[in-house]
Design a protein around this ligand. Structure first.
Ligand code: FAD
Length: 405
């Protein structure tokens, strides 16, 4: 058991500033800490992330179509945290000593803490197929989006008649990306969506799957189901379908399949499931380590009702409230609450000006779904200040564009 950092306010160290980590930090900073009691003193909150920006990943596609700008979907932490008491530390975590509650950062700094939050998210596994690490483009971070943008710019400016793009994985990211890029490239784009299972969007409600299928058909996106990627080279992709391998020429391969826990987390001597996710109690405390909390994509959590919590932004966002509450409760001698996951439904962008959504008894597609999706995401953005800036821009932009035409 770690020794408390005596005579000092407790230090809470949050690793990862994504949907789990950033929202935990923001909630924690709003709690009523009692300033006159030594044990309930306002704690020091330290948020660590390797990036200088939070990324609202559900809107990452809109960067490639020019519908949204970087500042809207990836505001700098310095801006989000400016009116809070949260200390931001931009550094990559290189190791975690869970017995002594010490975090090691790449720049050599060590941070000791009284409560530790693990929210480092997932990564895209590119090393499962020969050539993928060298030639496939992942789509997860802002850097991935910039790299892809640069490649698309080069291809668009080349004298290619058609740009041949293979997208691996027909889950949410693959389908959404295929529709958005198809709308961006128009007649110049030729798309193949490659999926190992026998259907697209395996976990989606029927309504969304059908809307997505229609959107793919309308754009002439070719679907390869039950197809495995065998290898990727600079200008070819080899696909295995019913034990037969077919090699086809491509100009760009985008990899969206899979979600893996990073090596630092997998190296921790904590109970993990087969996918390397850390097992937690329903209170989001790590098994046998009540001062360590894990949430988001790296956590294997069954909630108070025993339902398995999916690895989505929606879950991480909800878990952040409970993590913050439970840390506050554990530092102020109050009872902890078990997490209760509420599935609010799912939304998907299906091209420019088109989306589908199912949830809370509503099924919607087309323009209205597109608008509802945008508004729901605006509401989920961090801090009122950022919501207002982005919301104002969404209202003002069409007017400015109309006036300048
Ligand atoms: C393109 C895309 C679209 C998506 N769309 C949806 C959607 O529509 N709806 C939905 O519910 N979910 C969606 N998701 C999934 C969702 O983004 C994740 O489930 C969610 O972000 C998980 O939150 P998290 O806090 O666990 O991790 P993340 O939000 O990924 O945050 C992890 C943070 O940790 C940081 N980090 C990682 N390693 C280190 C390190 N070693 N040192 C320091 N910092 C580190 C990262 O920089 C990152 O900021 C989408 C994902 C992607 C990639």
């Amino acid at each position: 058991m770690p020794q408390p950092l005596s005579q000092q306010p407790a230090r809470i160290c949050i690793l990862g500033g994504g949907f789990g980590g950033l929202y935990t930090a923001l909630r924690l900073s709003q709690f009523p800490w009692e300033s006159n009691s030594q044990s309930h003193q306002k704690p020091e909150i330290v948020l660590v992330d390797q990036s200088d920006r939070f990324l609202f990943s559900p809107l990452l596609y809109e960067l490639l179509t020019g519908e949204l700008q970087t500042w809207e979907i990836a505001p700098p932490f310095a801006e989000i945290l400016q009116n809070t008491n949260i200390r931001f530390c931009q550094a990559a975590v290189s190791g975690i000593d869970i017995d002594h509650m010490h975090v090691h950062l790449h720049d050599g700094v060590d941070i000791a803490c009284d409560r530790l939050v693990l929210a480092l998210g997932g990564e895209t596994p590119l090393d499962m197929v020969t050539g993928a690490t060298s030639y496939a483009y992942p789509f997860r971070t802002i850097t991935d989006a910039y790299r892809l943008e640069e490649r698309l710019r080069i291809l668009t400016q080349s004298n290619l008649d058609k740009i041949r793009i293979a997208i691996i994985g027909a889950g949410y990211s693959g389908v959404e990306l295929a529709c958005k890029l198809s709308d961006r490239l128009g007649e110049k784009g030729r798309f193949r969506l490659i999926e190992i299972s026998d259907q697209i969007l395996r976990t989606s409600p029927e309504f969304n799957r059908e809307a997505a299928q229609k959107a793919l058909d309308k754009r002439g996106i070719f679907l390869d189901l039950e197809t495995k990627v065998e290898s990727i080279t600079q200008d070819n992709i080899s696909l295995e379908y019913k034990n037969q391998i077919d090699t086809i020429p491509v100009d760009l391969v985008i990899w969206t399949a899979g979600n893996r826990v990073n090596q630092i987390v997998r190296n921790l001597p904590l109970k993990q499931n087969q996918r390397g996710q850390i097992s937690t109690q329903p209170t989001l405390q790590v098994l046998d380590y009540p001062h360590i909390f894990a949430l988001g994509d790296i956590a294997d959590c069954q909630d108070a009702e025993g339902q398995q919590v999916p690895a989505t932004a929606q879950s991480a966002f909800q878990q952040a409230d409970y993590t913050a509450w439970n840390i506050w409760a554990s530092l102020t001698n109050r009872p902890l609450l078990p997490f209760r996951y509420q599935h609010l439904g799912e939304m998907m962008a299906l091209g420019i000006d088109n989306a589908t959504l199912t949830g809370l008894g509503v099924k919607l597609d087309g323009n209205f779904a597109y608008l509802a999706r945008r508004l729901a995401y605006l509401y989920r953005m961090p801090t009122l200040d950022h919501q207002l800036k982005v919301g104002f821009n969404w209202l003002a932009r069409p007017i400015i564009e109309a006036l300048s035409n």
